[in-house]
Design a binder for this molecule. Structure first.
Ligand code: NAD
Ligand code: IPM
Ligand code: MN
Length: 359
């Protein structure tokens, strides 16, 4: 039988709590389908591991992960470990080492999900962000000069390569073309007179190969305003690493909250494993309380199923999430309910069984 080998990095805080529920759903999909199965291997990496060993992952961690078909990640970060260490030495190093240059983040208001926006219909919030995921403002290039001295200087470079920009922009054009959607590029060429002028130029150049795709180009400040005031302007969106990070938390806020925001870190060539994760962090404020919403993780499990070609299962799972949201009986507190993380996971499994039997 087709077996998908998954490396699980549950991580810190609510990471392990939500990952458990994602795994329940993946296993149940496999059990019902009978055509594929999952093999999960757990890696104990994260901030506890760091406190014991001084490392966020094993020294040969990247080599160990290489042989898996995908990585399923909860969240990383804990009080007491500086965030730039915990995130750079685990999450960001995986995205870079495995050339996961596409960060695909749906910003879609599902049936039954709450939005703080007034007068918007569910279909008005239906975007897919294609975030550049390996360079840009996250290149990790810079210096810290004269540390602690009065003339101290820090430099954080934004690195935009032609290859890096072209491939993410082309991916977004292909997606827009395949789905017959508009494509919006978000940049900031009025102020960032090298990087974003270059980005805009490449957006135009690559666009010549896609005359059928209707495009828009927005400055990031205006785009953030329009996401709130008129979200239906946006369908497929392509943007740089940092802008994509910020705008997808804004996107989460208008599409049901952090508990519903999923993301896939893709290496489209499949030379290396891709990584699936909720976009939220380790939420130390609610960790251990059973209040974490696992639906973002379940949604990223659906993205994993799509990546493996189980498109029907990917769609079904979105439908099951909509069912739990519209029934409103078993939801975590962020969505106005009083259920625990694992009760939500169990309810999704129950819905899977009854809906699948009724198909
Ligand atoms: P966060 O996403 O962890 O939390 C922001 C707010 O959203 C909190 O109030 C939290 O309770 C709430 N929230 C998040 N996920 C939720 C869920 N599933 N259900 C219900 N509520 C949820 O962001 P933060 O507080 O800025 O960061 C906390 C830590 O996580 C930091 O160490 C940060 O660096 C790290 N972080 C990690 C990742 C990752 O691993 N992918 C992503 C973002 C932040
Ligand atoms: C995300 C996170 C990460 C990012 C952090 C934790 C480094 O915020 O996945 O959105 O900025 O990419
Ligand atoms: Mn983020």
């Amino acid at each position: 039988m087709l077996k998908h080998k998954i490396a699980v990095i549950a991580g810190d805080g609510i990471g392990p709590e939500v990952i458990n529920e994602g795994i329940k759903v993946l296993n149940e999909a496999a059990r019902l389908d009978k055509g594929f199965e999952f093999g999960f291997t757990y890696f104990p990496w994260g901030c506890e591991y760091y406190k014991e060993t001084g490392r966020m992952m094993a020294e040969d961690g990247i080599d160990q992960l290489k042989k898996f078909d995908a990585i399923f990640l909860g969240a990383v970060g804990a009080p007491g470990v500086p965030d730039h260490i915990s995130l750079w030495d685990l999450l960001l190093i995986i995205r870079k080492s495995f050339d996961q240059y596409i960060n695909l983040r749906p910003v879609k208001l599902l049936n039954g999900a709450p939005t703080p926006l007034k007068d918007v219909a569910v279909q008005d919030v239906d975007m897919v962000f294609v975030r550049e995921n390996t360079e840009g403002e996250y290149a990790g290039s810079g210096s810290w000069l004269f540390k602690g001295k009065p003339n101290e200087v820090v430099i954080q470079n934004g690195v935009f390569s032609r290859k890096g920009c072209e491939r993410v922009i082309r991916y977004a054009y292909e997606l827009a073309k395949a789905q017959n959607k508009t494509l919006t590029s978000i940049s900031k060429a009025n102020a960032l007179n090298y990087s974003m002028v270059f980005w805009d130029q490449i957006f135009e150049e690559v666009g010549r190969d896609y005359p059928e795709v209707k495009t828009y180009s927005y400055l990031v400040d205006a785009a953030s305003m329009f996401m709130i005031k008129d979200p239906k302007r946006f369908e497929i969106v392509v943007t740089s690493n940092l802008f994509g990070d910020i705008l997808t938390d804004l996107g989460a806020a208008i599409a049901g909250g952090m508990g519903l925001a999923a993301g896939a870190n893709l290496n489209p060539e499949r030379t290396f494993p891709s990584m699936f994760e909720p976009i939220h962090g380790s939420a130390p404020d609610i960790a251990g309380s059973g209040k974490a919403n696992p639906l973002a993780t379940v949604w990223s499990a659906s993205q994993m199923l799509e990546f493996f070609g189980h498109n029907k299962w990917s769609e079904r799972i979105i439908g099951y999430i909509e069912k739990i949201l519209t029934e409103k009986k078993v939801l975590t507190p962020d969505l106005g309910g009083s259920a625990t993380t694992s009760q939500v996971g169990d309810e999704i499994v129950r819905i899977m069984q009854s809906e699948f039997a009724a198909e």
